[in-house]
Write a protein that binds this ligand. Structure first.
Ligand SMILES: [Zn+2]
Length: 95
C-alpha cells in the first residue's frame, strides 16, 4: 500500500488511478507498468436477489486463469428494475 499524493488515501502500490479521488498517479506511469482492460457482460439469472448465475462465476474464473483481474462491476438494469447483465471490468498487466 502507498498513499495517494493528491488525497492521502491508502491505495494499491500498483494503482495507476487513485480509487478515491481518481487522480492519475504519475509514479505508476513512470515505473513502466502498462495495463490492458476488457469489459465482459455475463447474463444474470434475472432479479439480482436470486443470486449470481454460474455463467458469471465461470466468466470471472476463466478470465482470472488468463491473468485478468476483476477490478470493478456494475449491474445493467432492465426497465422493470431487474438485473439482466453484469458489466465486469478486468485489467491485465502488459509486460
Ligand atoms: Zn487520491
Amino acid at each position: 500500500m502507498k498513499k495517494c499524493p493528491y488525497c492521502a488515501e491508502e491505495i494499491s502500490k500498483s494503482a495507476v488511478f487513485c480509487k478515491h479521488c481518481e487522480s492519475r498517479l504519475e509514479e505508476a506511469a513512470v515505473d513502466g507498468s502498462r495495463w490492458e482492460y476488457i469489459i465482459a457482460t455475463p447474463r444474470m439469472k434475472g432479479w439480482v436477489n436470486k443470486g449470481v448465475s454460474d455463467e458469471v462465476v465461470e466468466k470471472i474464473n476463466d478470465l482470472g486463469s488468463e491473468g485478468w483481474e476483476l477490478i470493478s462491476s456494475s449491474p445493467v438494469s432492465t426497465s422493470k428494475g431487474g438485473t439482466d447483465f453484469l458489466t465486469l471490468f478486468f485489467k491485465r498487466k502488459i509486460n
